[in-house]
Design a protein around this ligand. Structure first.
Ligand code: ZN
Length: 57
């Protein structure tokens, strides 16, 4: 189920402060969320999680 405001903490990685990539991806996610583009939100979350897995272990 996809609501207009997905609030699953497990699926919303928190951007690391002062990391340009995190902030960039979080901004994309926010914009997609505002636009109601659920698939873009998911995409941003996947990229954010992958980036954090590689850069912020
Ligand atoms: Zn980062």
């Amino acid at each position: 189920m996809i609501g207009p405001q997905p609030r699953d903490p497990g699926k919303r990685p928190v951007p690391v402060k002062d990391c340009v990539t995190c902030i960039h991806l979080a901004r994309l996610r926010e914009r997609a969320s505002t636009a109601g583009d659920g698939s873009a939100v998911t995409d941003a979350n996947v990229r954010l999680r992958r980036h954090q897995g590689e850069e912020h272990r």
